[in-house]
Design a protein around this ligand. Structure first.
Ligand code: NCD
Ligand code: ZN
Length: 352
């Protein structure tokens, strides 16, 4: 029992998702409505096959996304370009100036799903990074090293020490987002920066630690990259999310894969949270007694960091007495896709 007053309804500026995988083709058509229903804007990841590398690619992909949205939605996809060792600094600057790309995404080659075209040698991308620093264009980083000799649970910490810190020393003016941070070390590092560093946090990393992947057997729907870590890390992520600090904001990393691709001998990394992301978040903030800071995390901090106004539209979240039934999976022409199961009842619902 607590004597905290019970809040049953909160209103906030419509949230944005600062890290989202919308895919392409049949999968795009099936998953885009789930994000468009709840979020005002989303920063769309470029790791298609082939990746979204040039301004032209981003314009074409944005058009396909708009075509996949239900009539009458006001959802705005904000595009990213996939940084390769051949990326052209002028093209990046033009994409920024024309408002086609909001950020550039750095995937260390081999770090995650569809990252084979990513960066092997950071020296090769410095001309692009220097230009980005000069024009104020943010870099979003998948913060994991890929060397096979580094334990998978240490890859984020090693990336921070061996790649991120040298990069920030060399280019302190570059705005960087450490995406889907999963460790206490990452949180501490982001907090230690005097400026130009922020982090996104996913929904699922606020709920699961690494045990979820092995609970009674191998559970592929809890496998994502960066992989969930120990409980101390999950608790540090929660504390950062509810802190209200402007440098931490929501990026769901909702990453759908057909069940057949996940339930396989070599299953894909990625957790699909778009349909129940806000319901899960409300539960997490409620548990932490921090519902009054949900708006900062989900709707205000990210927009401010990207230099945008919050969405004008408001959404209301309502706590229902009985658990709300969210679909366990959605059907797509590529087969069913399992939705994230937080293993706890969800009582919150977006009121419409
Ligand atoms: C993402 C995907 O499937 O595209 N997977 C994941 O586990 N998060 C890629 C990524 O963001 O790492
Ligand atoms: Zn991602």
């Amino acid at each position: 029992m607590t004597d905290r007053p019970v809040t049953d309804r909160i209103e906030l500026s419509q949230p944005d998702d600062w890290h989202l995988h919308l895919r392409d083709g049949a999968m795009l058509a099936a998953v885009a409505p789930a994000s468009a229903r709840h979020f005002g804007r989303a920063l769309v990841m470029p790791n298609l096959v082939p990746p979204v590398v040039t301004t032209r690619d981003a314009v074409a992909y944005r058009r396909r996304i708009m075509a996949a949205l239900p009539q009458g939605t006001s959802f705005t996809p904000l595009m990213t370009l996939y940084l390769t060792e051949a990326t052209n600094a002028d093209d990046v600057a033009a994409a920024h100036a024309e408002g086609v790309a909001t950020a550039i995404k750095l995937y260390p080659a081999g770090a995650t799903t569809n990252s084979q075209s990513g960066v092997r040698d950071m020296e090769k991308v410095y001309p692009v990074l220097e230009r980005m620093a000069a024009i104020g264009m943010p870099l979003c980083v998948h913060g994991e090293v890929t060397h096979p000799e580094v334990d998978i649970f240490d890859r984020e910490a090693v990336f921070i020490a061996s790649v991120l810190e040298p990069l920030r020393r060399r280019l302190p003016e570059l705005k960087i987002v450490l995406e889907h941070v999963t460790t206490r070390d990452g949180i501490d590092y982001v907090r230690s920066a005097d400026r130009n560093l922020a982090a996104t946090l996913t929904v699922h990393h606020l709920f699961i630690n690494r045990n979820a992947m092995f609970a009674g057997g191998l559970r592929p729907h809890y496998y994502c990259l960066p992989v969930a870590k120990r409980e101390v890390h999950r608790l540090a992520l929660r504390a950062a999310a509810v802190s209200g600090e402007g440098r931490f904001f929501l990026g769901t990393d909702s990453a759908p894969h057909a069940d057949a691709a996940k339930e396989a001998a070599c299953g894909c990394a990625g957790i699909f949270t778009a349909p129940n992301a806000l319901a899960c978040l409300a539960r997490a903030f409620d548990e932490e007694g921090a519902l009054d800071r949900l708006e900062a995390f989900a709707s205000l901090n990210g927009a401010a960091w990207y230099g945008l106004a919050p969405n004008e539209r408001k959404v209301r979240l309502v706590r229902r007495p009985a658990p709300v039934a969210y679909p366990g999976r959605i059907e797509t022409d590529d087969g069913p896709v399992t939705v994230f199961d937080p293993m706890l009842p969800l009582h919150w619902e977006v009121e419409r």
